[in-house]
Design a protein around this ligand. Structure first.
Ligand code: AHR
Length: 510
């Protein structure tokens, strides 16, 4: 083919894919039946970098405004975002954590080395009581991760008893001595973390046996989460399900961890300095979570066809190179519009698989990886990811609405992804649809067709920015935020809407 002909074909393709981009979305609210658990909108806080110390907890004597040592500004922002659940204390840290180090008078608590994250001093001033107090302040359900890697069964069993029991026992006496008369209601308990890696480098066979042993002694009406596979380790899921699910009531959830890099674990890429090639690469890598969920669910279905055991995506998000000049062990990264897109896509996919995905926790809540909040001394920044969580809170405990989505592709060189990604739910007569336009160059005209219902009014919200690399920074006006978006009134269940390039949008009909 000569050069001119090739250029003409390229121009023709580009013209048609940008000017007549079209997405058709048919929604079936009358078929809605699966609940989207609010826990899908959960977060994760580890003793890592400035997540706990500085990010959440500054101590009572700090000049930063606080309630019992917890930052006022962070509490306010989390409540405003409607955070439903928080996982703690790790991560890799969990399998080195001995909970009794973090109870009792602070001055008596031992100082240890945080071996995984920068070798820094951990003074244990934030322990079980502080975590549960913080969860009460932000009105979030707590999820505690037990140490299997370097802990004992007795330690695990006593932690559950200390926190949840109302019986008279040495552990409940100790809790009362430490100032808490009544037990806390803690439903979610993780038993080990990444036990294929930092949590003990175990085989799935060995871990599953260990899980059964630990879970047997973590008693009470609790939701036990087994340490599941790393990304696409389907053998881990198979062995774990086979060995644990046959014991009635021993396992309620299995975790799955999946991080998104620009290229790979060894070439993570930059959080803010990227072009369109890295933009599409991150979005394409994000979309792969759908295959992971489907394939892991198929294995789970074999052992649990009634879907009683939840798939718990308790670590997910973007993992880029740390910001220059920061401690490499602290995993501090900025957060751009690209992160907002990644959050929107992941959350849509989790919603669409709500029959199996019962909880998800973005890593991590403050100052680490794809954080919703960044802090610097007394300043706080709400990231683009924060605004997506705020926008998507409408899906919490709503009912998933089945949909049929037809969209064209957006491509860069040999990478090709669907232009639009979406999910929908209904709650209290309001139909909420969240859409991500992955294309940074052209808007998408979306035709909505809602069956079986006649909605008479519509409203919208949008997260977007001028540039794909835009982010919010300390001491500057926000470049990426949540804004109202005008949406026309639907007529007989039909509505047309132009969704701007590189945006995350919420449309609500009622
Ligand atoms: O979130 C950072 C780390 O990533 C966690 O500690 C670990 O579980 C995972 O490898």
């Amino acid at each position: 083919m000569n050069k001119l002909k090739f250029t003409l074909i390229l121009l023709f393709t580009a013209f048609f894919s940008t000017s007549f981009a079209q997405t058709k979305l048919t929604l079936h609210p009358e078929e809605a039946e699966t609940q989207i658990n609010r826990e899908i909108y959960g977060h994760f806080a580890e003793h890592l970098g400035r997540c706990i110390y500085g990010g959440i907890y500054v101590g009572e004597d700090s000049e930063i405004p606080n309630i019992r040592g917890f930052r006022d500004d962070v509490i306010g922002a989390l409540k405003d975002m409607e955070i439903p659940l928080l996982r703690w204390p790790g991560g890799c840290f969990a399998d080195t954590y001995h909970w009794k180090d973090g109870i009792g008078p602070r001055e008596d608590r031992p100082t240890i080395v945080n071996v995984h994250w920068g070798g820094v001093t951990e003074d244990n001033s934030f322990g079980t009581h502080e975590f549960l107090d913080f969860c009460e302040l932000i009105e979030a359900e707590p999820y505690i991760n037990i140490n299997v890697g370097s802990g004992t069964v007795q330690e695990a069993s006593e932690w559950v008893e200390y926190v949840t029991s109302s019986n008279v026992s040495p552990m409940t006496d100790l809790r009362k001595k430490n100032g808490r008369e009544e037990p806390w209601e803690v439903k979610y308990w993780g038993i080990g973390n990444e036990n294929w890696g930092c949590g003990g480098n175990m085989t799935p066979e060995y871990y599953s046996d260990l899980y059964n042993r630990f879970a047997s002694y973590c008693r009470g009406d609790i939701y036990r989460i087994a340490g599941g596979p790393n990304v696409d380790d389907y053998n881990w899921m198979e062995v774990l399900m086979q060995k644990t699910s046959r014991h009635w009531g021993l396992v309620q959830g299995v975790s799955l961890h999946n991080y998104t890099f620009t290229n790979s674990w060894t070439n993570k890429g930059h959080a803010t300095d990227f072009g369109e090639r890295e933009w599409i690469s991150v979005l394409d890598n994000t979309l792969r979570i759908e295959t992971l969920i489907e394939r892991h669910s198929t294995i789970m279905d074999k052992y649990d066809p009634r879907k009683r055991i939840g798939l718990i995506v308790d670590e997910w998000g973007n993992w880029f190179n740390v910001e220059e000049g920061t401690n490499p062990g602290f995993l501090y990264q900025q957060n751009t519009l690209r992160d907002a897109m990644v959050a929107g896509i992941n959350l849509n996919i989790f919603n669409n698989h709500a029959d199996r995905v019962k909880m998800a926790n973005i890593a991590q809540m403050v100052n680490v990886l794809q954080a919703v909040i960044l802090t610097k001394e007394d300043e706080m920044v709400l990231t683009p990811t924060y605004y997506v969580f705020k926008m998507y809170s409408v899906h919490q405990d709503a009912t998933l609405v089945p949909m049929n989505l037809k969209t064209d592709d957006y491509s860069v060189e040999r990478r090709r992804v669907p232009s639009v990604n979406a999910s929908a739910s209904t709650k209290d007569g309001v139909l909420s649809v969240t859409l991500v336009n992955l294309n940074p160059n052209s808007s998408q005209s979306v035709e909505f067709n809602v069956t079986g219902n006649d909605y008479s009014s519509a409203s919208g919200q949008i997260v977007t920015a001028e540039n794909m690399n835009d982010y919010n920074d300390f001491g500057q006006d926000e470049k990426v935020t949540l804004k109202e978006m005008k949406v026309d009134t639907p007529i007989e269940g039909k509505l047309s809407l132009e969704i701007p390039a590189k945006s995350v949008v919420l449309v609500q009909l009622q």
